[in-house]
Design a protein around this ligand. Structure first.
Ligand SMILES: Nc1nc2c(c(=O)[nH]1)N[C@H]1C(S)=C(S)[C@@H](COP(=O)(O)O)O[C@H]1N2
Ligand SMILES: [Mo]
Length: 406
């Protein structure tokens, strides 16, 4: 069944959720809100209080073992479009959100450079800026699905460590050119000004070509949680490299082998060899509606979700509503941008029988998502970084959704 015929049939049958026309005509159209002028909004707008349930999902803290270790996830299934409101951007802090005095904060560019430089925020705000929309995803996102038994939790708990913003700032290459990169530099070590002193080694060429010193997020200055007053943005690269509260870029010959690239963010394979410096987030797609806790209604609904790839743009998303027997192409809502969340939709009329839904994305480089079993065959048990297996939702005859591996 094609999307068009499905939509036509649905329109003919009438809106499932609309009030009967008679009821609408019986209403008095003049409401109390139309007769009494109301006060204006405040200096900084917030969502209507009836939307108070649309919040980040915080993971319980463990202050005794690891004070400051915190994460919260974007409620992807309660949003639409591709942009994450700043207040709902996921958070991952290894030592909490430091209070940084933007007037005193400095960014130092040093190491193997002709001229070490120190920048204030005010100075950086005078540099030429660029803007781009890009997703940011934690290397551990979706890792819960790597387990043999998939979790029966809301979709944000599994996949909500990804968000998408418009980021504006100074291309890092401008600062590198000003400092003068010496000939045998291969790597840059980026360091944050938090109690984790989060540090990562990144290949020089990648930072030169793609690195953005982000100062603005969705039009306003970065939120403290996202690294105010500045962070490194490496679009499409593992979240951990996107150093927040950035205070140092050191140019070096060899990687520094920091904690975050040795004991963490490496992936042990079945063959006993660990992948290290696996930077780019792989192609992924997730159906967000329906999902666990969001049951299917009989009749029409729109299946919708997000797809993204660190390697480029999303080329297509295919959906199966019959457990993989047939696949149909979902509509990409647009814009479709590289290293960016891409919204997909498919009109569907559910006939009330149990079935299995899956989505699979292909990116502009031809990368595809593996099935869970293919992914699990490659990596050692307990590994979960960079998990991008196909998400399968089992629908029972009551419309309830279960997370399964298929
Ligand atoms: N300085 C610093 N930078 C950091 C972190 C941190 O704890 N400290 N966390 C990293 C990790 S693991 C991720 S996934 C992203 C999260 O960015 P966000 O909190 O803006 O979503 O920031 C990265 N940069
Ligand atoms: Mo992360």
């Amino acid at each position: 069944m094609t999307r068009k015929t499905d939509r036509r049939r649905f329109l003919k049958a009438g809106m499932v959720g609309a009030l009967a026309p008679a009821a609408a005509h019986a209403e008095n159209f003049v409401t109390p809100a139309m007769t009494t002028p109301a006060p204006p909004g405040g200096p900084y707008g917030v969502p209507d209080r009836q939307e108070a349930g649309v919040t980040r999902l915080a993971t319980p803290l463990a202050p005794d073992i690891s004070p400051g270790t915190a994460s919260s996830r974007t409620p992807l299934h309660k949003l639409d479009g591709i942009i994450t409101p700043a207040g709902l951007h996921y958070e991952r802090h290894h030592a909490g959100v430091p209070k940084i005095d933007a007037g005193k904060h400095r960014l130092v560019v040093h190491g193997l450079v002709d001229k070490p430089l120190e920048f204030s925020v005010a100075a950086l705000l005078r540099y030429p800026r660029v803007s781009r929309i890009a997703f940011l995803e934690c290397g551990g996102n979706s890792g819960a699905n790597a387990a043999a038994t998939p979790p029966q939790t809301s979709v944000d708990l599994i996949h909500g460590l990804v968000s998408c913003s418009e980021w504006s700032g100074v291309p890092v290459k401008l600062l590198l050119d000003e400092a003068g990169v010496q000939p045998d530099v291969q790597w840059i070590v980026a360091e944050g000004g938090d109690a984790a002193s989060m540090s990562r080694s990144i290949p020089l060429q990648a930072v030169y070509d793609h690195g953005l010193l982000a100062l603005f997020q969705n039009g306003e200055r970065l939120r403290p949680e996202q690294g105010y007053p500045m962070r490194l943005l490496m679009p499409g690269w593992e979240g951990n490299l996107n150093i927040k509260w950035l205070q140092r870029l050191k140019l070096v010959r060899e990687p520094a082998f920091t904690r975050e690239e040795t004991s963490k963010y490496t992936q042990l394979q079945r063959d006993g060899i660990a992948r290290q410096f696996d930077f780019i987030m792989p192609v992924k797609s997730v159906i967000l509606v329906p999902s666990v806790g969001l049951p299917v209604q009989p009749g029409y609904q729109q299946i919708t979700g997000l797809a993204w790839s660190g390697h480029g743009a999303i080329k297509s998303v295919e959906i199966t509503i019959d457990g993989g027997q047939t696949w149909q192409e979902a509509e990409l809502s647009g814009p479709v941008l590289p290293q960016c969340l891409t919204r997909f939709r498919l009109d569907w009329t559910w006939d009330g029988t149990s079935t299995l839904l899956q989505s699979r994305a292909i990116d502009s480089q031809g990368n595809q998502q593996p099935h869970h079993a293919e992914w699990a065959a490659r990596f050692a048990p307990g590994q979960g970084y960079h998990y991008n297996g196909i998400q399968s939702w089992q629908i029972d005859a009551q419309g309830r959704v279960r997370n399964v591996h298929a």
